[in-house]
Design a binder for this molecule. Sequence first.
Ligand SMILES: [Zn+2]
Ligand SMILES: [Zn+2]
Length: 253
Amino acid sequence: MDDSEFCVVCGATGRVLVDGTCAECAIDRTRLVSAAPRVVVTICPTCGARPKGTRWEGAGSSSLLTSEDLTPHLRVHPEAGLRRVDWEEVSHTPTVREYEGQARVGFRGAERMIRVPLSVRIDHRTCPDCSRKSGRYFTATLQLRGPAEGPTEKSPALRARLETEWNRLYQEARPDWRRAVSWLEPLPEGWDCFFTDTLAARAMAKLAKQRFGASLKESATLFGRKDGRDIYRVTFCLRFPRPAKPPSPAVEP
Ligand SMILES: [Zn+2]
Ligand SMILES: [Zn+2]
């Protein structure tokens, strides 16, 4: 390097110059990173999924925006490299959220922290899965009932007991089984749980039988035809035994 060459901005010598300017000075005069205008992030308000191409992904994820949602909306100078970005939500309304990013950017061997404000409009759109569920689409029903024989239990107490059983069952169910649960309906004789996936309903029914001692009966009813094939809805009737009476206190001889 020729010591006689100096940065035309700061006059420093002994630095790599591009167009007569050192990297430190070039950084100050270059827009290394900026936010795209009019950023829109689409989220399903029911399940939190985001559209990725033609599919929706991340059902069950938080509606809070993460760097995965935000960082792709930064514009980076072609000679700069984004090292990392930390995001902080500054304010939000139901439809617009303001963020501030701290971006670590590399440029010609130098590095800078740059503050980037980003304004995001949230587009709440129901994903296909949730539309189907809200359209009351279902393929299988899990019936939660008390025992067929013995004294009848009062409705509210029976429903409360079966709800507890359901919650325990739900806790142990696989995430994909849980996602197939569409809605629950209270009935005088218990609960009906509607599923959008018959295999998931069957798996939950079997789990109830194995783990909670419920009896299981499966039946199918024809409800239509599609592409020349019969379509069935399957009902799984689970009867949960009455809890055993607490043992009476031992009597001392
Ligand atoms: Zn300079
Ligand atoms: Zn959804």
